[in-house]
Ligand binder design. Structure first.
Ligand code: FES
Length: 214
């Protein structure tokens, strides 16, 4: 694991409150995440992905810490890569995500055969190369019309995840749980989840899990 300062490259506004932040080169595997330190505030986890051929995260501004990550001109102190590599099953996949996981979706499409549906609460202000829906009604319509895929990855709010899970049936559904982490390195135990296979830690056993394991 590296513990170093990252140079921000670009900041792209996606919608009202969510931004893609790209970095100079760092090494990581699909499904891994990064913990970013913010001034006087707790570390924050972000699933890693790519944008414009650069490592990237997407950040929803929810408070001072996330605002700092988006707006600072300084290098950002970060710990990475963390978590387990995600390897989807064979066949064609469907990645259903909120804008906060768009860089992950982008990376998956580069490595695996899959489609992407992005559900955004507010209109996108930036052209993305994926199918998207704005607002709950349009998103629900698009999810209900999805064809059958061999595997699914869902990453967004709990409400979004529950809605999608109520509409699809598959033995190969994966969810990303990165929002629940404290230290990111297996030390604080704050990310423990009870699974069918015993207690797991999101930061070391995840952040992407099979849904039927949870
Ligand atoms: S976040 Fe601390 S143990 Fe997982």
């Amino acid at each position: 694991m590296e513990n170093t300062y990252l140079t921000k490259k670009d900041v792209i506004k996606l919608n009202k409150d969510t931004y893609i932040v790209t970095f100079e080169n760092i090494k990581f595997e699909l499904g891994q995440f990064i913990m970013i330190e913010t001034k006087n505030l707790v570390r924050k986890p972000f699933i890693l992905g790519t944008w414009n051929n650069h490592p990237a995260i997407s950040v929803q501004i929810k408070g001072k810490g996330t605002e700092y990550i988006v707006k600072t001109q300084n290098n950002i102190k970060a710990h990475f890569p963390l978590g387990k590599k995600f390897i989807p099953p064979s066949g064609k996949g469907m990645v259903i995500i909120s804008p906060t996981c768009i860089t992950l979706a982008n990376l998956i499409t580069k490595e695996y055969n899959c489609d992407v549906l992005v559900g955004s609460k507010t209109p996108l202000e930036y052209k993305i190369p994926f199918e998207f829906a704005t607002g709950d009604v349009e998103f629900a319509n698009k999810v209900e019309k999805l064809k059958k895929y061999d595997w699914y990855l869902i990453s967004g709010s709990k409400a979004m995840e529950n809605f999608v899970l109520s509409k699809i049936e598959s033995n190969n559904i994966y969810v990303s749980l990165e929002e629940y982490m404290g230290c990111g390195i297996g030390a604080c135990k704050s990310c423990a989840v009870f699974t069918k296979n015993g207690v797991k830690h999101i930061c070391t056993d995840g952040p992407i899990f099979r849904r039927d394991e949870l």
